[in-house]
Design a protein around this ligand. Sequence first.
Ligand SMILES: N[C@@H](CCC[C@H](N)C(=O)O)C(=O)O
Length: 276
Amino acid sequence: MLLKFTKMHGLGNDFVVVDAVSRKVFFNKQQIERLSDRNWGIGFDQLLVVEPPTQPDMDFRYRIYNSDGSEVEHCGNGARCFAKFVLDRELTNKRVINVETKRGVIQLRVLDDGLVTVDMGMPSFDPKELPFTAEPSDALYGITAGGDDFLMTPVSVGNPHAVIKVDQLTDNQVSTVGALIECHERFPRKVNVGFMQVINPDEINLRVYERGVGETQACGTGACAAVVAGIKQGWLSPKVTAHLRGGDLQIEWQGEGHPILMTGPAEKVFEGQIYL
Ligand SMILES: N[C@@H](CCC[C@H](N)C(=O)O)C(=O)O
C-alpha cells in the first residue's frame, strides 16, 4: 500500500502525520519501527494518526506512537502539529478543536500568529498514576540509577514524567541517567525523564530523554511536567518560558484544580509517500 504522509515538527521534535479520516490506515509495531528509522525509513520521533471522532461533540481522535512502536497517551508538540495538519488539509476550518486522545479530551486553539495553545489537562502528582512504586508524599522522591542517587518529582500530565532539577545540563547525564531511569524497575510502564535547570522563577532550561525514543530536540509534555513540578516544589512562578534544545515553549499553570496551558509553534517540513 502506498502511504501518503506529512513530515512536521514542533521545535525539532519531529513527526510523520497520516490522514486516517479520508482513508482507514492501521500500523503494526514493525511498520512503525521501520518507518521511524532515519536510515531505512522516513525518520521521526512520533507517528501521529488522525482519525474521525468516536464521541459526539468531538472533532477528531488522534493516536500517538513512539518511534519504538509503543502507543502513548499524550504528546504536546504533536498536538500543535496535529492542529496545523487538520487546518492545512482542510479537514476542519475550526480554530478551536476538540480532540480525543488516549489520555482523554484535549482542546487546541490556533492563534492569529499561527502559534497553537493546547489545554493539556490537569497534572497528577499521585505516584499510582504514572505508575511509580512509592508511598504518596509532598516531597521529592529519591531514586538510584547507575550507582548515583537523584531527587525527582514524578508527575503525570497524561503520560508519565520524572523531573530532576540539576545545576548544569550535561550530554552524558541526559543520555546515561535518562536511559537508566526510563527503564527503572520502579516505573513499570517506563517514564520520560526531564533534566531541568532553573534560571529564575520565570525561566528554565530543559532537556528530555523521552520514553520509547531517547533524547529529542523538545518535549511538550516534558516542558509541562517540568514546570508544574517546579511550581509544586516552590521554585517557579505560574507562567514560565521553557528553553528546549529546539526552541521555546510558554507554559502556564495556575495550580491545583487548573489545567496546564502550553503555547508554541508547529511547522510543516514536506509531504511524501512511501510503501508500507
Ligand atoms: N514528544 C512528546 C511526547 C511523546 C510521548 C512520550 N515519548 C511518551 O512515551 O510518553 C511531547 O512533545 O510531549
